[in-house]
Every structure is written in structure tokens, then in C-alpha cells.
Ligand binder design. Sequence first.
Ligand SMILES: Nc1ncnc2c1ncn2[C@@H]1O[C@H](COP(=O)(O)OP(=O)(O)OP(=O)(O)O)[C@@H](O)[C@H]1O
Ligand SMILES: [Mg+2]
Length: 253
Amino acid sequence: MLALHASNISKSYKSSGQTIEVLRHVDLQIASGEMVAIMGPSGSGKTTLLHVLAGVDVPDSGTVELGGEDFSGLTEEEKAFFRRTHIGMVFQDFQLLESLTVKENILLPLILNQKDVYWQDKALKKVMEALELAEFADKRIAELSGGQKQRVAIGRALIHEPGIVFGDEPTGSLDLKTTRDVMCCMVQMNRKFGSSFLLVTHDAYAASYCDRALLLQDGKLKSEVRKQESNASFREDILNMWCCLGGEADDFL
Ligand SMILES: Nc1ncnc2c1ncn2[C@@H]1O[C@H](COP(=O)(O)OP(=O)(O)OP(=O)(O)O)[C@@H](O)[C@H]1O
Ligand SMILES: [Mg+2]
């Protein structure tokens, strides 16, 4: 069963009378439970691709299926419901609601999906335990560190047990140690909840926690490498793959 099946995706923007072709005939398949990193330097189209795959933006051509369902024919309202039930999102800047507590932020998808209190309590307990957030449950977001905020965002992304979680540079504003903690946390949650993860990043270290990494260059997914042994050797493989395509290792450090 595929969590994501994208075929022949193209997307361009019009800006100052010019057309910028960002994605050119991109194909991508992600298996259920798989963790995939899409890497590319700044401006290569990672966020554009993620938005198209998550149904936030519409491609010029091509199709996207999530869990076997194509959402292209849905109305905006139906699409929003589809996203709330099938997808989790994690962002570089967390995008948590500062006026709410940790617990309230994590519960948001279930409240929006009108799940009853019994269901909310059960799901919240599972997520809080898995993320070791119980002691922070009633704290305000402003009282948390960057790594703690991202754990809350991961909890919010997973509480409704979506088929896939999309992350746009989820470790982009974290230091190395916190990046490690957050990536370990995502791997743990991937194993516990079985949701697939698609992370876009320009950080080869963060990508090395995934099962597979692909490179986005000139609007195409050009090459891919799978984890064989350790994270460290996978990171080396990712950097070698990028250098073989003519890139600089510095782009991904
Ligand atoms: N709404 C828009 N209108 C016009 N051009 C856009 C728009 N959004 C993105 N672009 C252009 O599309 C290209 C890809 O942008 P995108 O944000 O997808 O790249 P990215 O790989 O996510 O970059 P970064 O690593 O800096 O986040 C860039 O040249 C950008 O200027
Ligand atoms: Mg981006």
C-alpha cells in the first residue's frame, strides 16, 4: 500500500512577466510507514513540491494520491477536511498557537475533527507519553525551548494518526544536538504510529535519519539513495550523490 503516489507533477510560477518552471514531471512513491527525505539547495522547489503533495497548492499538471485517494476533484472545504484527517504537518517555525497550552495545541486536530472527549483523552495520553511531554502539558508555548516546541508540533501532527506527515525543514531552526533529539523523536513516532514521513530539508544530517533520500535539482527528482547501515554512512552516501550531480557538499551542511 502506498502512502503517497505522485505522477508527472509540473508547477511553474509567473513573476514579473516571466515564467519560472519549478517542478518538471516529478514522480514520487512513498510506501506506507516509510520515512523519506527530499533534499535540494535553497530555491530548488522543495516547499513548492511539499505544498503540491499536501494539497495546499495545485499543480499545473499531474496527479497526487494519498492513501490511494486523489483529492484533486474535491472542493476547497472537502480538501481542508481531507488534509485534517489524512495529513500531519510540521514546519521550521513550529506554527503553534502561543495563546494555547501544550495540551491544547496537540489536541487541535481532534477538536477540529469533532472527536469526542473520550477519544481526545485516549489519543492525548498516547502522544504525550510517546513524546515525553506529560510534565509540560499545561505550559504555554512561550515557556518552551525550540526542541520542546518541535516535539509539541510533532504531537499535533500525529494525534489524529494520519497516513503521512509532511515536514518543511523541521530542524531548520534547531542546533545540532536538538536536531538529533527531534529526528530521533520522529523516528520513534514513525515506528509507534506507522505514519509515513516526507521531510524536505537541506540538512544531510537530518536526512540521514530517514530510510531514503532523493535529490531535487532543475525541477526533477534526480537520484536517490537508501540507508544501508548507519546514519553516518547514509549521510556520506547522500553527500556523494549530490557531488556526483555537480553540487557542492557545503550546500547540505
Ligand atoms: N508564490 C510564488 N510566486 C513566484 N515565485 C515563487 C513563489 N513561490 C516560490 N517561488 C519561486 O520558486 C522557486 C522555488 O521556491 P521554493 O520555496 O519551493 O524553494 P525551496 O527549495 O523550498 O527553497 P528554501 O530552501 O530556501 O526554502 C524559487 O525560485 C522561488 O523564488
Ligand atoms: Mg522551502
